[in-house]
Design a protein around this ligand. Sequence first.
Ligand code: PLP
Length: 399
Amino acid sequence: MTQFAACIERTKPAATFAMAARARALRAAGKDVISLSIGEPDLPTPPHIIEAAHRAALAGETRYPPIAGTDACRAAVARKFTRDQGMAVAARDILITNGGKQAIFNAVMALIEPGDAVIIPAPCWAGYIQVVEFAGGVPVFVPCPALAGFRLDAAALESAITAKTKLLLLNYPNNPSGAVADQAMLRGVAAVLRRHPQVMVIADDIYEHLIFEGRYLTLATTAPDLAERIVTMSGVSKSYAMTGWRLGFCTGPAAWLAAMTLVQGTATAGVSTISQAAAVAALDGPQDLLEVHRAVYRRRRDQVVADLAAAPGVTCSLPDGAFYAFPSISGLLGRQSAGGRLLTSDDDVAEALLDEALVATVPGSAFAMPGHIRLSTAAADSILRDACARIVAFCAGVR
Ligand SMILES: Cc1ncc(COP(=O)(O)O)c(C=O)c1O
């Protein structure tokens, strides 16, 4: 049998995609499955963005772009970072990436050597665990429980730092919990980081526009003295309903960005010129659509949390941002589903929900927080209502 590289052997596929694939297979077999497993806006990309892409293609913007991005796209992203993040950055400080995911991949690969520790507040996006393991790093999870609003506690962070710690991954609004960073949390984190100058930071702000309670804050502008240690990344996927365009971006210290550009140049080179033209239209165009999208997701969040309140054994706090619900299902554990499955873990609950209620969710263990499941609320209201009714009926049948 072929012996693949160690990075392949130690990297597991993301559970989110595995659940989505299982849901697709059941649907292909004729089952009426509702999939709430993937975090993908169901809203269409706004027409003015699509038209800009079309115009760019017709105008001949069809050749290899520079690795770091087209001048126009980098300039639009620099304007965006100035407008939304309050960062005084120029086009040369920007790297355009194939989705937000590649910004994180570039940043981790440029920094992490086998054995380096990477601190990840948990729950966390499953993609972080994958990329850190791929690089040979050691994920060190700092639990951020529901009782603490799923926010990172400075003392817990500090006690996780060792001489091996090289990187901290921050993600607010958080996937899967929806937690939004507040001033107190960021100040506390900054104070810890000042005492540990070897620790660099990736601030993943991909859900920056999806905040329902509180306001958007990011570490680099809350603690400008640390900006030279922080890569701040975001993208158009979630905010502008553009997941398929694969367009992310970041800014940060010049040397780290140069190393990241080398990683990207090695893997994929520059991002599709058509997508970059679309991103310019998204970022420079009307921004009121962000409020429209936010209102839709807020309504769905309220609905899902209200509906889940009727599910015995389930406790769901109101997420402050992003488009997920992350209820605790610990009240179901140690019991048996109506279909006869013993529910010993969140994996069992997610499996039983799929098999018996035909609702695809993702177990919290995929996000380094067992005892929960994640539901994406980026689906039509009627689908969410139907899914919640099925979950309530499933929970009511648990003995
Ligand atoms: C926290 C987080 N970061 C990054 C990404 C990647 O976004 P993109 O689709 O732009 O690659 C996701 C997507 O699910 C995410 O949830």
